[in-house]
Write a protein that binds this ligand. Structure first.
Ligand code: ATP
Length: 517
């Protein structure tokens, strides 16, 4: 685990040093859990959004997009249940004065049990070598069975306490498990209280409840309240979906782990409207589709998994998370929820406006059911970054080797696709030729021209920001009109005619390679 923590720290400092992510308001000592995207960060983030947007809208004739406002009528949050129920259970340690999410303290305890079981399995795998049957061992080894049973039992109890909103029971569970504050080591806890995660502000100059507004905690409600507008103007028939990318705000009790849990973040959400009774079919469909989207990035199978919710939100009849193995363990990256007709029905009731759909095939009007896919853009960014970050030794071609840090970002998502490098900078013929190539290529994709420092250092700089291709212009180029393309991960160098460079690179960085897999 220490190795992974170390890796996470390296990713954070690399992000800052190479212009991916800066702490917000840094010269004023920062603002907790708020971050700014830097020069390469914004490009990577935009590419992730584009990959999602194209996969949703361009690749599905029956999904259209919108961009709704962050401010919405306050009644929307009453109808959606957020005013009354968008709470997290809060607990304070009286000695350290640290504040925690009570459910996360219990989850932390469960994670330790899982770690203990995994440790036993790992030890046994080493002992038995090739003959090791992991599934059998997990089922029969008394210690592993005990840890797993204990964990499952606690998960069940936690889920029902959360569903029932039993705060006293939650505190009793923390006491029973003898969970101590990680900071003070003490078990001197306050009672558990509910804490609403919505930020509020005020519209206009007159204060008071009347003009109270919320910063949206999810983008989905902007889709629900526009459901009929979109359906009519796009002339879509059910089933159809509405996609949206936008900011969301949550006053998280404990915001940490870099951009994993922020107070201002971005969501990519799609609500798929279906006839009642067909929602489970579509729920299964979207589980498969979304996993495909993640795996197209080349993420290894064992880094992604589904995790069914034990504790369903007030609006859902089925819910699953796509979890990714971040450097700090498996965590939710995306949620897929069957939201029933809860939201549309609530809005219909509170607004007094009909939100029904006339189904010509069934010859009846009804409120559609909804299957939602919801992914945090920032969490996706962190998963791409942690998957990409690599430290490795590379041969110097003279029998020795040197270390490099390289971001192996999938080429279509890379912030800069191609760097054009004259072999040396003080030869005008070379720099001019390189600049001409750059000035042509920049119309096709994001390029950089760089002639500072030795070529080796320039390669390292491009590796560090994840540029998949470097085009080197050397003296021979002046005669043979060819250049060398160096590929970031394999380090293979190909000699190609200048006239073919654009075509070769364009094909490899095309988002089609992801969308089509
Ligand atoms: P968690 O259990 O981690 O708090 P959640 O279940 O509340 O997440 P959802 O309400 O399902 O999350 O939100 C959908 C997606 O939005 C999540 O899968 C996640 O990727 C992203 N997300 C939610 N909260 C945050 C946050 N505070 N910072 C960054 N991304 C977030």
């Amino acid at each position: 685990m220490a190795g992974q923590e170390d890796l996470f720290k390296k990713i954070i400092s690399h992000s800052k040093e190479y212009g991916f992510i800066y702490p917000s308001s840094e010269i004023y000592d920062g603002l907790s859990a708020v971050y700014d995207y830097g020069v390469y960060g914004v490009e990577l983030k935009n590419n992730i959004k584009q990959y999602w947007w194209k996969a949703m809208t361009q690749m599905h004739e029956n999904i259209v997009g919108i961009d709704s406002a962050i401010f919405m009528h306050p009644k929307i949050w009453k109808a959606s249940g957020h005013v009354d129920a968008f709470n997290d259970p809060l607990i304070d340690n009286k000695d350290s004065k640290n504040r925690y999410r009570a459910d996360q303290l219990v989850e932390g305890y469960m994670e330790k049990l899982e770690e203990k079981a995994n440790k036993e399995v790992k030890k046994a795998a080493k002992r038995f070598g090739e003959d090791f049957d992991e599934a059998m061992y997990r089922e029969t080894n008394p210690r592993v069975v005990r840890y797993t049973e204990q964990k499952n039992e606690i998960a069940g109890r936690l889920a029902s306490l959360l569903t029932e909103g039993d705060l006293e029971g939650l505190k009793a569970l923390i006491e029973e498990l003898e969970i101590a504050c990680p900071a003070s080591g003490s078990r001197n806890w306050t009672d558990v209280r509910q804490f609403n995660l919505m930020f509020s502000t005020q519209l206009g100059v007159i204060g008071g409840e009347e003009s109270k507004l919320y910063l949206r905690p999810e983008t989905a409600q902007g889709i629900f309240v526009n459901f009929l507008n979109v359906q009519k103007t796009s002339r879509q028939k059910l089933p159809f979906g509405i996609a949206q990318i936008g900011k969301a705000f949550r006053n998280e009790i404990v915001a940490r782990q870099f951009i994993f849990r922020m107070r201002e973040f971005e969501q990519m959400e799609m609500q798929f409207f279906v006839p009642p009774g067909t929602e489970m079919e579509w729920y299964d469909y979207w589980k498969v589709e979304r996993m495909k989207w993640h795996k197209a990035l080349g993420t290894p199978e064992d880094k992604l998994r589904f995790h069914d919710h034990d504790n369903l939100a007030h609006y859902a009849n089925a819910a699953v998370d796509v979890e990714f193995e971040f450097p700090f363990g498996f965590r939710e990256l995306e949620g897929i929820h069957s939201r029933t007709d809860f939201d549309l029905r609530q809005h219909q009731e509170l607004s007094g406006k009909k939100l029904m759909y006339f189904d010509p095939e069934r010859n009846e009007s009804y409120i559609p059911f909804v299957v939602e896919t919801s992914i945090g853009c920032d969490r996706m960014f962190l998963s791409v970054l942690s998957q990409a970050y690599t430290e490795e030794a590379v041969s110097d071609g003279k029998g020795g080797s040197s270390e490099r840090t390289v971001l192996k970002i999938p080429a279509p998502l890379a912030p800069v696709k191609c760097a054009i490098l004259p072999l040396v900078k003080n030869k005008e013929e070379l720099t001019e030729k390189a600049k001409t190539i750059f000035n042509n290529l920049k119309f096709a994709f994001a390029c950089q021209y760089d002639d500072k420092d030795a070529i080796g250092r320039r390669y390292r700089r491009q590796d560090a920001i994840g540029t998949p291709y470097c085009v080197t212009v050397d003296f021979e180029s002046l005669d043979d009109q060819c250049v060398t393309i160096r590929e970031r991960d394999s380090l293979i160098q190909e000699r190609v005619p200048i006239s073919e460079v654009e075509g070769i690179i364009a094909k490899r960085v095309d988002m089609r390679t992801l969308l089509n897999s």
